[in-house]
Design a protein around this ligand. Structure first.
Ligand SMILES: [Zn+2]
Ligand SMILES: [Zn+2]
Ligand SMILES: [Zn+2]
Length: 156
């Protein structure tokens, strides 16, 4: 199962993104002027292939206040262009979102984030949702794994 999943994840990751969202335009749409500090944050996020924490972004942009980094990430999250990942330990991680509904895998050793879609998972969740009183309006799922690279890497 893990192997199958890894293949799916690699397939998704090698597909080029159709078009990257214009993050500054998204901020402007929400009434936030593209100040130099926001520009710095946005251009760093656009260069980040891997997931990132607020701390990491802050650390790489000492000239930008941590509050600005945090608020910018929060706005982009609200706009749906970032995904927020709950990690088994440590601070939440953020990563650029794909357009379609998807879920994440997170390597517990190196923190590499993958994405996957699975119709069986969606079907099961719909069935479960139908049994639960109330209207289900969304769900999130993260699978924690040891990635292939980390499996190959000797301990120590
Ligand atoms: Zn995502
Ligand atoms: Zn790993
Ligand atoms: Zn789902």
């Amino acid at each position: 199962m893990i192997t199958l999943l890894s293949i799916m994840i690699q397939n998704i990751n090698t597909t080029p993104r159709a078009s990257r969202p214009d993050l500054l335009a998204i901020l402007e749409d929400q009434g936030y002027r593209p100040t130099n500090q926001r520009r710095d944050v946005v251009s760093l996020l656009e260069r980040k292939g891997e997931g990132f924490t607020v701390e990491e972004v802050s650390g790489e942009l000492p000239e930008v206040g941590r509050a600005t980094v945090y608020r910018t990430i929060k706005l982009l999250l609200k706009a749906g262009v970032l995904c927020k990942l709950a990690l088994p330990d440590g601070a939440p991680k953020y990563i650029m979102a794909r357009a379609e509904h998807h879920h994440h895998t997170v390597c517990v050793k190196c923190g590499t984030v993958g994405e996957f879609r699975d119709t069986t998972v969606e079907r099961v969740l719909r069935a479960v949702g139908a049994e639960i009183p109330g209207e289900i309006v969304g769900h999130r799922m993260e699978l924690y794994l040891v990635c292939l690279d980390c499996q190959d890497r000797p301990e120590g």
